[in-house]
Design a protein. Structure first.
Lengths: 216, 218
């Protein structure tokens, strides 16, 4: 049972800070060893989790969602109305996506997603968040200087385009629907999905092109 | 809580590493920590209690340690607090009562199924009608809250407008104490020039999801 007492946690953190090895790899190894010795975890199960999040559960799921939305107006309508229900059609509903909200980029609007208070991210549809997304630099600046942040990513937004920043302060999670690039008429879903970058679904990439898939 | 985790709008953090390799885990220990966090918990933990334990990391560690290293600290502290591990065994590396895990390890398809089963609905039906309507101006309360809260400092006292009503969701301030108390939740939109002194005339919009008790009529 959790104590729900902050002072108790502060004291535990202090002890851990003072007594654990200085290298994170050693700290995590020590934790895994204890959990294994206590019979609370199986290292082979950890292997399976790492493999699943390295291969299947990642931004290629989100790219599939985006490509399908580009091709299928009825799916897009369902996705915009209820993101969680729509991704469930593809088997991607899961951890941190029960309240998925999709925000669409248009010629007039650009969307950018952040979590200033922790590092909320729609795991089951985008996988593990990029490290930069979880840094103080991104979390502090995305809400205050979104155009400056975008410029660092090489994205220059014209003054006439409205920038909307979504700070994930509740259990809603945000997925950006990027614009379909010109020059992709007649492409099928699999080919389109290859163009969709992870960053375009967070909002730190805007203009996809028929070449973006090859560069990634 | 007025901690260093409340980073929105804080200045001085410098450039973003936009060229980091696009991989899920940058070190093997990061992937292992991700798995450990997903596989160990006490039944009464809430997402907000876990977030609060993370916020309570020593400030210097919070700002300088990598994300999954913070998870190591958070998970270990929460496991110790719940009596699942002891501080002594974590520090010494020696286990008091060793036992072997029974059963087969999870396979790839088990993980896929477990991630799907993690879809958790935080919404609730409540009898109280919502206090605010779409389009209505609201002010985020100037006074924050000690303990866990999801009202960031950068909007406190600032006027925005209700963009959408999401129904009632579990209230994080109470959830972090192990209580389930749903409350109306809104998407609230603020103009940049209502938030930042240097943003005069800038039309960017910042949207936050804020609970009803964080808001008042201006």
């Amino acid at each position: 049972m959790a104590s729900f007492i902050a002072d108790r946690i502060v004291e535990i953190h202090r002890q851990l800070h003072d007594h654990l090895p200085s290298e994170p790899a050693l700290r995590v190894k020590a934790l895994e060893s204890i959990l294994v010795a206590r019979g609370l975890i199986d290292s082979r199960t950890i292997d399976a989790w790492v493999e699943a999040y390295s291969e299947d559960i990642g931004p290629k799921r989100g790219a599939h969602v985006v490509a399908k939305a580009w091709l299928d107006p009825a799916f897009k309508a369902r996705l915009m109305a209820d993101g969680a229900a729509a991704i469930n059609e593809l088997g991607y509903l899961g951890d941190a996506t029960s309240h998925l909200h999709v925000v669409e980029n248009t010629a007039e609007v650009h969307n950018l997603v952040v979590c200033t208070l922790c590092s909320c991210y729609p795991f089951s549809v985008l996988g593990i968040a990029p490290n930069w997304y979880k840094t103080a630099a991104y979390r502090s600046r995305a809400v205050r200087d979104p155009r400056g942040v975008l410029a660092e990513f090489g994205v220059v937004i014209e003054d006439t385009i409205e920038v909307r920043v979504w700070d994930s302060t509740a259990e809603l999670r945000y997925l950006v629907l990027p614009q379909r690039p010109p020059g992709t008429e007649g492409w099928n879903e699999a080919r389109l999905a290859k163009l969709v970058t992870r960053n375009s679904m967070i909002g730190t990439h805007r203009d996809l092109t028929p070449k973006t898939g090859e560069a990634a | 809580m007025d901690g260093v985790h409340d980073l929105g709008g804080k200045e001085g953090f410098g450039p973003i590493d936009v060229n980091e390799p696009e991989v899920p885990f940058h070190h093997p220990w990061e992937g292992r920590m991700w798995a450990i966090e997903n596989l160990t918990a006490a039944p009464d933990w809430t997402i907000d209690w876990w977030r609060h334990v993370r916020e309570l990391i020593e400030p210097v560690d919070y700002l300088t340690r990598r994300y999954f290293d913070q998870w190591m600290q958070t998970q270990t502290a929460a496991l110790i607090d719940s009596g699942i591990l002891t501080l002594e065994e974590v520090i010494s590396g020696g286990v008091v009562s060793a036992r072997t895990m029974t059963g087969s390890p999870m396979q790839h398809h088990d993980v896929i199924a477990m991630v799907a089963a993690r879809a958790k609905d935080y919404s609730h039906q409540i009898d109280v009608p919502p206090m605010f309507k779409e389009g209505e101006e609201v002010r985020a309360r100037l006074m924050g809250a000690t303990g866990h809260t999801r009202l960031p400092a950068y909007v406190r006292g600032r006027v925005g407008a209700i963009h959408a009503h999401h129904g009632a969701h579990v209230f994080p301030d109470a959830s972090a104490r192990g209580e389930e108390r749903p409350e109306h939740l809104y998407s609230v939109v603020f103009r940049a020039d209502a938030l930042w002194p240097e943003a005069s005339g800038r039309a960017e919009k910042v949207f936050l999801d804020l609970w009803e008790s964080y808001l008042e009529r201006p």
